[in-house]
Design a protein around this ligand. Structure first.
Ligand code: PGA
Length: 275
């Protein structure tokens, strides 16, 4: 049946209303990815200096041996900071030297785990099928995955960004209940380079990611927070904050220093959504 103009307009209006409604309901996150950085002494100093905020969800993802000490540090400073792992295995236990299970993450107080970071894809050859198993296991265990997706510079130059994101999202989210999930869009060319995506480009790409999520879960896609990552700092954070499809940031380099991380937290805590 041909859709009538009336129905077409009705659908457009309904989509716009849903978008506005959920934009206000979506959780905003500022997530620190410390990667392979910080000793116990350095982490202690970081938390002594960090101001933090009550009015935005802050999550810190330290290296695995630091998870337990960092959990104690967070408890000690009595700030509402969540804890996340940087990786997780799809099995609960067994002969997997060097790996970490969801049970272990939960045992030390983690609620989140970064999964599919481009550095894991690049250096440890994680593919979409592996990432799918990890996301599945995390959700089953009650750990919220922060699923990273993003194109390389070469893929960007070949105009393949949408194709790559679509493949990564469909691959990683196959057969998954997405009620508890965070997506992080991290263009590989922007990570650690000081060359962040412009807020306009990131917004356009986040809107595309949301359209792919819609194909997977319909209007529930509007409830999924999509974070931007890649050279975020205190200066460019406000530009990302002002975009309707950017629900927070995943921060590497600038999260290692308490005052630069606080600057970013402040931007996301006090900004008014631009809708
Ligand atoms: P960056 O890293 O902020 O240092 O670019 C972001 C990330 O890899 O998560």
């Amino acid at each position: 049946m041909e859709p009538s103009i009336e129905n077409y307009i009705k659908n457009l209006v309904r989509d716009a209303i849903l978008h506005l409604q959920f934009r206000n309901e979506r959780q905003t996150y500022v997530v620190a990815n410390w990667k392979m950085n910080k000793t116990i002494a350095e982490a202690t100093e970081f938390f002594q200096k960090l101001k933090g905020r009550q009015d935005v969800k802050v999550v810190v993802c330290p290296p695995a041996p630091m998870l337990y000490p960092v959990q104690l540090m967070i408890k000690q400073i009595k700030k509402p900071i969540g804890l996340g792992g940087q990786n997780v295995h799809w099995e609960e236990k067994g002969a997997y030297t060097g790996e970490i299970s969801t049970g272990m993450l939960k045992d030390v107080g983690c609620e989140y785990a970064i999964i599919g970071h481009s550095e894991r894809r690049q250096y440890f050859l994680e593919d979409d099928a592996t990432i799918n198993r990890k996301v599945k296991k995390a959700i089953k265990a009650g750990i919220i995955p922060i699923l990273c997706v993003g194109e390389t510079l070469e893929e960007k130059n070949l105009l393949q960004t949408e194709q790559v994101l679509s493949r990564q999202l469909f691959g990683a989210l196959k057969g998954i209940d997405m009620s508890q999930l965070i997506i992080a869009y991290e263009p590989v060319w922007a990570i650690g380079t000081g060359q962040s995506a412009t807020a306009d480009l990131a917004e356009q790409t986040h809107a595309y990611i949301r359209s792919v999520l819609k194909q997977l879960v319909g209007h529930r896609a509007e409830t999924i927070s999509i974070l931007y990552g890649g050279s975020v700092n205190g200066e460019n954070a406000a530009d990302f904050r002002s975009m309707p499809n950017i629900d927070g940031v995943l921060v590497g380099g600038a999260s290692l220093n308490a005052s630069s991380f606080d600057e970013i937290i402040d931007v996301f805590a006090k900004g008014v959504p631009n809708i």
